[in-house]
Design a protein around this ligand. Structure first.
Ligand code: SAH
Length: 486
């Protein structure tokens, strides 16, 4: 190790920054975050620094650097573009035994500044020892995406329980297990979704049950949106929960590549019957979730897209509520957003559409009970979910209710995956185009002027569907569409 990483307490300590430019300003803002007193030494300073000075946040020594200005300082940073000045700052600091950093010149540094992920009080610092600051920044960016934004809040909450936990759980190993459970389980998730009060209560309950010796495992259900297909469109939270789950309950709309992201030894339960493409009756799924949670499992109910958009998520939750099972809902990118983006069709556009309607084309018992007049509105995009089997009728009804037969319309098949296909036409031609192709579910129908923008905005190349790493997506199917009358 060329450098020893340490964290300095600079609260109330005077730190000197030599230089008054943009780089100096960046360093100063960091030092201020650490609550230090900042002294800027420079003949001229940038307007941002002038402002800080006016606000009383920094002192300004309006002069060229001389060593005496470092007296009483705990740390110094040289951020000038004058090598001689930087060298002189280094030499003076050394004489006074003050840690010194000269920006972009490791040979003149007694300490170096890392890239930081700040979730105070949790702080992660990354350094390449000056070898490649860009690499350090890239690693930092990865960490940013891995460390939930609310870890700071979590750390603060935990700190208020530390001594209580120490008093209650005397054996260090058991204490560690307790904290691991809190930090990785539903209590942490409560903090992440802003329910700190509930998290407090839950920690206390956990402690009480330990004290009473009944540490029974409590189950919970996470209703998680898995997005439209491309695993990169998962949210951080969805991925984290998948990797913690004991059981993942999924159906046909979720790409197998996403199910694969679950913890290796998690049990996977498929609740769509592959052969006849009918889903397990909703009631059975609801009861299954209740049973799994009651057995003490952390259950991820993984749904395609967003659980609250044509996902029957609400129904599943109602059963959980009636059985007092704790749950959370994690939104996902719905098919309309995902498919539109990957097909190059903006759902709204100032020139073409001011509103956008998501509607199901799944017509119960073959009846068309949609409010067609409300749908046929100028400057409105209509997105039909589950609209493939009824496509002829959808198009015919729209025309019958006054929409022009030349209204652009598109069908997106298996959007966002390597199986994505987009068929474009208009209300009159789309059914014929689709009839000629071997269209596979799931598909989404987009109707509106915005469809013509695809000519300009198409960017996604699904590549070869035979690519082995994407091949599994061919199992994706929107069985519901097949049940519709055509
Ligand atoms: N909750 C889901 C929708 C479930 S309804 C969501 O928010 O996306 C099922 C319908 O969604 C399918 O019949 C199809 O119309 C649409 N759909 C879901 N994923 C799709 C995809 N990758 N490509 C095209 N359509 C999709």
């Amino acid at each position: 190790m060329d450098y020893l990483p340490i964290f300095l307490n600079l609260k109330g300590k005077t730190c000197a920054v030599v230089g008054g430019g943009e780089v100096a300003a960046r360093k100063i803002s960091l030092l201020l975050k650490a609550y230090s007193q900042v002294k800027v030494i420079a003949p001229q300073i940038e307007s941002v620094l002038e402002k800080l000075k006016e606000e009383g946040k920094v002192d300004h020594v309006k002069d060229r650097f001389v060593g005496k200005y470092l007296t009483g300082c705990s740390l110094v940073i040289a951020a000038t573009n004058d090598q001689a000045v930087n060298k002189s700052v280094h030499d003076s600091a050394l004489k006074l035994n003050i840690p010194v950093n000269v920006v972009d010149d490791p040979s003149l540094c007694t300490f170096i500044m890392p890239s930081i992920v700040d979730r105070s009080p949790l702080i992660a610092a990354v350094s390449t020892g000056g070898a490649s600051p860009v690499l350090a920044r890239l690693v930092r960016a990865r960490m940013e995406s891995l460390i939930p934004a609310s870890y700071g809040k979590l750390a603060k909450l935990i700190s208020t329980f530390r001594s209580k936990v120490k008093d209650t759980i005397k054996i260090p190993r058991q204490r560690r297990l307790f904290w691991e459970k809190v930090l990785q389980g539903h209590i942490a998730e409560l903090v992440f979704c802003g329910r700190e009060k509930d998290a407090r209560v839950a920690i206390q309950e956990e402690l009480d049950s330990l004290a009473l010796g009944n540490g029974a495992k409590k189950g919970e259900v996470y209703l998680v949106g898995g997005g439209p297909g491309d695993p990169d469109l998962l949210t951080f939270r969805a991925l984290r929960l998948l990797q913690q789950a004991d059981v993942v309950v999924h159906d046909r709309l979720v790409s197998p590549r996403i199910v694969d992201m679950a913890r290796r030894d998690a049990k996977r339960i498929y609740v769509g019957k592959e052969r006849d493409k009918h889903a397990l009756p909703q009631e059975d799924i609801n009861n299954l979730l209740v049973r799994l949670a009651k057995e003490g499992n952390k259950v991820v109910r993984l749904k395609g897209g967003d659980p609250f958009i044509f996902g029957r998520g609400g129904e599943e939750l109602e059963t959980l509520v009636s059985e007092s099972i704790p749950f959370q809902v994690v939104p996902g990118i719905t098919a309309a957003s995902g498919c539109a983006a990957y097909a190059g069709i903006p759902l709204t556009h100032r020139d073409f559409a001011q509103s956008c309607v998501f509607i199901t084309g799944h017509l119960k018992d073959g009846t068309t009970n949609l409010d067609w007049d409300a749908l046929v509105q100028p400057r409105q995009t209509i997105v039909f979910y589950m609209g493939l089997a009824g496509l002829d009728r959808l198009c015919a009804e729209l025309m019958k209710h006054g929409m022009s037969e030349t209204m652009p319309a598109a069908l997106v098949q298996q959007g966002t995956t390597h199986f994505q296909r987009v068929y474009v036409g208009d209300l009159k031609s789309l059914p014929d185009i689709v009839a000629k192709e071997n269209v596979k579910a799931p598909t989404l129908v987009i109707v509106g002027e915005v469809v013509q923008l695809r000519n300009k905005l198409d960017w996604f190349d699904p590549g070869l569907a035979s690519d082995a790493s994407w091949g599994v997506d061919s199992k994706m199917g929107g069985g519901l569409e097949k049940t519709l009358p055509s």
